[in-house]
Write a protein that binds this ligand. Structure first.
Ligand code: MN9
Length: 290
């Protein structure tokens, strides 16, 4: 198994004007991310708008990205969804396409019991030979019991990591210090340095799609022990993220990348299109980054 640690873009999904997937832009975005020097891609996660896509569409993206990447960087397939059967089918595709790991958010909407959630993870883990990186995103999933859940699943040999998208860095540190060493990814880009300080092995983020260089500056400076440089780079990233938040982060990321030459389209409904004011801010950010 590959060492999974490092910096991954949570891959955005570009759409055409008619709402269909823009595979040509996926190819361009993947190449752009490889050129940025990122260590991997996290495919079909929240940032990829996976809850707004059909299983067939997600499978098509998993296949396309694997073909384009062709082993050059690490790949994690997010297969989480409300249905275990659907998640298992997507996990099997990820294995066929030689992904390095699968990942899954908890099944959402029904407030499933802890026992049901545990069964869901066991079923996905059992379906393939791939390692599992559990996706902890309490703010969106509503599930706050992930530390106990991971503790209960810790003896599953294929459970290898957690993607922790939460401002609770105490929990992040706890995930890192269970009885088996796990690979822990920081999930909020604006707190990457905080996550690394508490023991994270890397980060998975949406803004890494367009400002991977600044993010790699944080990571590399931190690993060298140069905290002043790491803080300066985080500060640079956070000024950009702060300017994006009022307009919708994914829509802004798509606009910035469109300005940088990769047509990304809008987010899928019910997300609303980016406002004119948002576009102006996106243009300014893209210009700064060029
Ligand atoms: O994958 C992303 N999480 C969500 C990680 O979007 C929920 C982050 O990269 C955020 O988009 C980013 C901005 O808040 O940190």
């Amino acid at each position: 198994m590959k060492d999974l640690k490092g910096i991954y873009a949570a891959l955005l999904t570009p759409f055409n004007d008619d709402g269909s997937i823009n595979f040509d832009s996926i190819t361009k975005l993947v190449e752009f991310n490889i050129a940025q020097g990122l260590h991997g891609l996290y495919v079909c996660g929240s940032t990829g708008e996976s809850p707004l896509m059909s299983e067939e569409e997600r499978i098509a993206i998993l296949r396309h990205v694997a073909k384009v990447v062709n082993g050059r960087i690490k790949l994690i397939a997010h297969v989480g969804t409300i249905s275990t059967d659907s998640a298992v089918r997507m996990a099997k595709v990820a294995e066929q396409c030689a992904y390095d790991a699968v990942s899954a958010v908890v099944p959402f909407y029904f407030s499933f019991s802890a026992e049901a959630i545990k069964g869901y993870y066991k079923d996905i883990i059992a379906a393939t030979s791939l390692p599992m990186v559990i996706y902890n995103f309490p703010g969106s999933s509503g599930f706050n019991g992930m530390l106990d859940m991971v503790n209960e699943l810790i003896d599953e040999p294929k459970l290898v990591g957690v993607k922790h998208t939460s401002v609770n860095l105490f929990d992040l540190e706890r995930f890192k210090n269970l009885k088996k060493p796990l690979v822990v990814f920081n999930g909020f880009d604006e707190m990457l340095i905080g996550g690394l300080s508490m023991g994270a092995d890397g980060g998975i983020g949406s803004t890494y799609n367009f400002m991977g260089k600044i993010i790699l500056d944080i990571y590399n400076a931190f690993n060298k022990g140069d905290m002043a440089a790491a803080q300066a780079a985080q500060n640079k990233a956070n000024r950009i993220i702060d300017a994006m938040i009022p307009y919708g982060v994914f829509a802004m990321e798509k606009a910035i990348l469109t300005e940088l030459g990769i047509p990304m389209g809008n987010c899928r409904k019910p997300f609303t299109p980016l406002s004119q004011e948002g576009w102006e801010v996106a243009k300014k950010i893209a210009k700064e980054l060029k």
